[in-house]
Design a protein around this ligand. Structure first.
Ligand code: NCD
Length: 364
């Protein structure tokens, strides 16, 4: 049951720019709801922190240092939609930073079953935790939670509470976009133009895949990016994403044929069909095999080109690609843990301690 006793109409009616200002504290990221909240500087810093943290964590002394950073903080993981890697990578991020945490994944084990509204449920979390990490089927719910936490901030001035969206309906998956950018940076850091002038091809259900939307938004921060969407006619990108691309002067193409770009693209980002959002089983009538990346197709890509996938996969991504250097999806998974650790450290103001520790112990 979802009711709205707190009347969020005022906030929800604001422009994205005004909303984003309310999601920051002292001009710094505080609640993470939209991929568009990340500036290029935020991305640079979070990716740098992620790499530093993964290096620090290779020694016992380093792990103990990281664990001391947020030992006084706690997190609630509230995941009402299925999740494996996003959930586990956030758990590991909390563990690396020494945070205590608790989880609710099945609302039937909470008071939701007694008729409590979701919003009262999250208000309850705020009595016990400093951070809520949430995945919710309802687009906008994480954002309403963030506004709720802002409303309660005056009464608990010393205990502000951040909200991180770990996926919200079909719309947003900001931390997946972060880990995708981090993966791209790691793959292309030695390329002359870095991520500028990269050609990224999204293939599959580009209409309902929230990872496609969120990563597209971050790609526009780089120069002369070229984007191609390869999808069935029924699953083409939504009008709002198309107008976002136009507003940001990004050149993009839509096609039904992967063969058009196989030999020229730098990245193929494969996605599964998001049939959980079907209204009446419409995915069943789509021939998705045209949007499968087979090894034979992957072999036609440029030698340095890579394959990404947010996972979980079904038949759209051939497991024979796994053992080729193009496969970056397992690296994506692991990168997610470090980038989420870095993000939490950043919004909880532990970043300077990490940077100082690194320069004192690792820069010889
Ligand atoms: C994605 C998601 O939940 O949107 N998974 C993930 O977080 N790695 C992609 C998907 O489920 O297809």
């Amino acid at each position: 049951m979802t009711t709205d006793p707190y009347a969020f109409e005022e906030e929800m009616a604001l422009s994205l720019r005004e909303k984003m200002a309310r999601l920051n504290v002292n001009h710094k990221l505080f609640h993470i709801i939209y991929a568009q909240q990340f500036s290029k500087e935020d991305l640079e810093l979070i990716c740098k922190l992620a790499t530093i943290m993964r290096k620090i964590s290779t020694s016992v002394q380093g792990v103990n240092f990281l664990r001391s950073l947020l030992a006084h903080k706690s997190a609630m993981l509230y995941f009402t939609q299925p999740s494996t890697r996003t959930f586990l990578s956030f758990v590991r991020a909390c563990q690396y930073l020494g945070m205590s945490y608790a989880e609710v994944r099945d609302p039937s084990t909470s008071s939701a079953l007694k008729g409590e509204s979701d919003i009262d449920g999250v208000r309850t979390f705020s009595s016990y935790f400093d951070l809520i990490i949430m995945r919710h089927h309802e687009a906008g719910f994480a954002e309403r939670t963030a506004f709720l936490m802002n409303k309660r901030r005056p009464e608990l001035e010393e205990n502000p509470l951040s909200v991180i969206s770990a996926g919200s309906g079909k719309d947003e998956h900001p931390t997946q976009a972060l880990l995708d950018v981090y993966t791209l940076k790691r793959c292309f850091e030695r390329r002359v133009n870095g991520l500028d002038k990269l050609h990224v091809t999204f293939m599959g259900d580009v209409k309902r895949g929230r990872t496609v939307r969120s990563l597209t938004q971050l790609l526009t921060l780089y120069k002369d990016i070229e984007v191609t969407y390869v999808s069935p006619d029924e699953l083409r990108i939504d009008k709002d994403l198309a107008s976002f691309l136009k507003r940001n002067n990004v050149s993009y193409t839509e096609t039904g044929r992967i063969e058009d770009v196989l030999e020229t693209t730098d990245v193929i980002y494969v996605t599964r069909i998001q049939d959980e959002y079907d209204v009446s089983g419409e995915s069943k009538s789509i021939d998705y095999t045209r949007f499968h990346l087979t090894l034979e197709r992957a072999n036609r890509m440029k030698p340095e080109a890579i394959v990404m996938h947010p996972l979980p996969r079904r038949a759209e991504l051939d497991p024979r690609i796994d053992d080729t250097p193009r496969a970056q999806y397992w690296a994506q998974e692991r990168n997610g843990m470090w980038v989420r650790s870095a993000l939490i450290a950043y919004i909880m103001n532990a970043e300077s301690k990490i940077l100082d520790y690194y320069s004192e112990n690792y820069s010889y």
